[in-house]
Each structure stands twice: as structure tokens, then as C-alpha cells.
Design a protein around this ligand. Structure first.
Ligand SMILES: Nc1ncnc2c1ncn2[C@@H]1O[C@H](COP(=O)(O)OP(=O)(O)O)[C@@H](O)[C@H]1O
Ligand SMILES: CC(=O)N[C@@H](CCC(=O)OP(=O)(O)O)C(=O)O
Length: 300
């Protein structure tokens, strides 16, 4: 590589500028939702893993909840199984559920764990089935097409919503310097598996852990207004208005809803972060500007 050497004084100055942020977040929990679209390039996975390790080293407790939608889609395509979505949720029959569990609980979870461990961290991979920590129930989806006069409730298979999160295993690991990495697979009281949207799991985990911050890494620069301009910060009231006028739609809807629920449920702030930016999580935590859209339940 042909990089010019950095002035050591600059490096020290940058480190020193991070001090107030390190003090602000030290001992606090930050839940990071790492979406499948933000793990498509090796450099992004590596910078994400390094960021998690650095956070842990300075006394912050990162808890990772990951997705893997595109990765599930790839394996389904190889097996000639069609991917179908209703309201942003994957229609999940028994065969698809097997693939979801293999990809999220196996391939994706273990590759994030390995990458963090390669960077010197101590990552432990879990699904919601471990300690039955993500108790789920079937999600009933309300569906309506323009031709329909009224909406109907449809069954999209093994798709779940969170009923309860048990935090004891996550807290025990975090206290012992481990970084928990959680796949969004839930289980009901009978032992049935559920495929849950990773944003929803991250929001509920953040609420249950009383996290300081929820970071949702995605493939856009942030929440855009009607003119396409990224909004840096907004309150819960503004979000409600943007949903009502249709500015927020599609995959952003569950993301924003879970961010709103999390801040209403006691998480200090939720932020939509551009996961395509290298070191996006550190930029968000350790700089004033941040890199995405922040949602808070208070005006300060
Ligand atoms: N107001 C908005 N601002 C930004 N993106 C939006 C907005 N409304 C809808 N979207 C869409 O939401 C998408 C992000 O959601 P999604 O694709 O589900 O992300 P992920 O896979 O990371 O969970 C964006 O790529 C964009 O197409
Ligand atoms: C019910 C449902 O749709 N589950 C998602 C779970 C993975 C996910 O949420 O992944 P991303 O965050 O990468 O989109 C799915 O099957 O794709």
C-alpha cells in the first residue's frame, strides 16, 4: 500500500478528542444490528469486527444482533426455492425455515464470530434458541392490495415476533468480556422455530438490556425526507408524521418502528447508520456529527 505516514501528533490528538465519548459510553451497552447488506464486502466485515473489539476494549458493551437476508436468498436460489416477501417479511414454510436456521445460525453467525475473534475479541455466537432467550410467537400479517376493499390477516408460516427476551445469558457473557453475537431465530414454548426480522430482535434486545444506544446498520445514508435529503436527527413525533405521509415506506418501516419502540421503551437513542461506510459504528459513537439519523424520545 502507498499510504503517507500519519503525523503521530495527529493520531494522539484524535485519540484525545475521543476521550469525552469514551467516558460517556464506558460501562454502557450498545446494541448493534448488523444487516446482511452491510456484510457483503470483506473490508466492511473486517472494519465492523475491529470496531466491536475496540468498543469492548474501551469499556463499552457491544451486543451484536445480525441479519443475513441476502445470504438466505442466495442459498434458497441455489436450492431452487423461491424467495417471497409480504410487508418486508420472508414467507417462511418448513423447508425455508431449515435454510434460514442453517444460514443465520450457522454460516453468517459463525463468520461474524470468527472475524471478531481474528481481531482479538472474544465473540460467542448464539441464536434465540440458546437458553430459549428469544421467546417468540407467530406473527400475524395484515395484508392489503389496491384491488382489495379491506385488509386481511394472512399466515406467512414460521415468521415470528418477540414475546420476551431473557437477558441473563447475554449479561453474563458481557460481564465476562465476551461479545455476544445473536442470530434472530426465536423459539416458542413448544420448541417450534421462528424466523424473525433482525431489526425487530435488535430493538427488543436493546429494550430488554436497557441499552444506551441501538444502532441499525443498513444500506442507505440514513432516513431521507420527501426531497431525498438525509435527516440527521428527529423526534418520535416527526417519525409518526413521516410514516403517515408515506415518506417512510418498505423495509424502512419495520426499522423505524423498532427504533421508535426502543426509545419509547427506555433506550436513550436509536440511530440508522450507513453500514456501507467503513468504521461507521465508531464514527457514530466517537464523533459529534455521527453518520446517520438519530431518533430520540427527548429534545435536547
Ligand atoms: N424515508 C426513507 N429513507 C431512506 N430509505 C428508505 C425510506 N423509506 C424507505 N426506504 C427504503 O428502506 C431500505 C432499507 O431497508 P431494508 O432494505 O429492509 O434494509 P436492511 O436489509 O439493512 O434491514 C432502503 O434501502 C430504502 O429503499
Ligand atoms: C421474517 C424475515 O423476513 N426475516 C429475515 C431475517 C434476516 C434479516 O432480517 O436480515 P437483514 O437484516 O439482512 O434483512 C429474512 O428471512 O430475511
Amino acid at each position: 500500500m502507498n499510504e503517507s505516514p500519519r503525523d503521530p501528533r495527529q493520531v494522539v490528538e484524535i485519540l484525545s478528542e475521543a476521550l469525552p465519548y469514551i467516558q460517556r459510553y464506558s460501562g454502557k451497552t450498545v446494541v448493534v444490528k448488523y444487516g446482511g447488506n452491510a456484510m457483503t464486502e470483506d473490508t466492511l466485515i473486517d472494519s465492523f469486527a475491529r470496531d466491536m473489539v475496540l468498543m469492548k476494549e474501551v469499556g463499552i458493551n457491544p451486543v451484536v444482533v445480525h441479519g443475513g437476508g441476502p445470504q438466505i436468498g442466495q442459498l434458497l436460489a441455489r436450492l431452487n426455492i423461491e424467495s417471497r416477501f409480504v410487508n418486508g417479511m420472508r414467507v417462511t414454510d418448513a423447508e425455508t425455515m431449515d435454510v434460514v436456521e442453517m444460514v443465520l445460525g450457522g454460516l453468517v453467525n459463525k463468520s461474524i464470530v470468527t472475524q471478531i475473534n481474528q481481531c482479538g475479541g472474544k465473540a460467542i455466537g448464539l441464536t434465540g434458541k440458546d437458553n430459549a432467550q428469544i421467546l417468540a410467537r407467530q406473527l400475524k400479517v395484515e395484508h392489503r392490495t389496491p384491488e382489495m376493499t379491506a385488509s386481511e390477516i394472512i399466515d406467512i408460516g414460521h415468521v415470528g415476533e418477540v414475546e420476551h427476551i431473557s437477558t441473563d445469558l447475554i449479561e453474563m457473557l458481557a460481564e465476562r468480556d465476551f461479545i455476544p453475537v445473536i442470530a434472530p431465530i426465536g423459539v416458542d414454548r413448544k420448541g417450534n422455530s421462528y424466523n424473525i426480522n433482525a431489526d425487530l430482535v435488535a430493538g427488543k434486545v436493546a429494550e430488554a438490556l436497557k441499552a444506551e444506544k441501538l444502532m441499525l446498520l443498513t444500506n442507505v445514508a440514513g432516513l431521507q425526507d420527501a426531497e431525498g435529503k438525509v435527516m440527521t436527527g428527529l423526534s418520535t413525533e416527526q417519525v409518526d408524521a413521516l410514516i403517515a405521509d408515506g415518506t417512510i415506506y418498505g423495509g424502512m418501516l419495520p426499522k423505524i418502528r423498532c427504533a421508535l419502540d426502543a426509545v419509547k421503551g427506555g433506550v436513550d437513542s436509536a440511530v440508522i447508520v450507513d453500514g456501507r461506510v467503513v468504521h461507521s459504528t465508531l464514527l457514530e459513537i466517537f464523533t459529534d456529527a455521527g453518520v446517520g439519523t438519530q431518533i430520540t424520545d427527548h429534545r435536547d
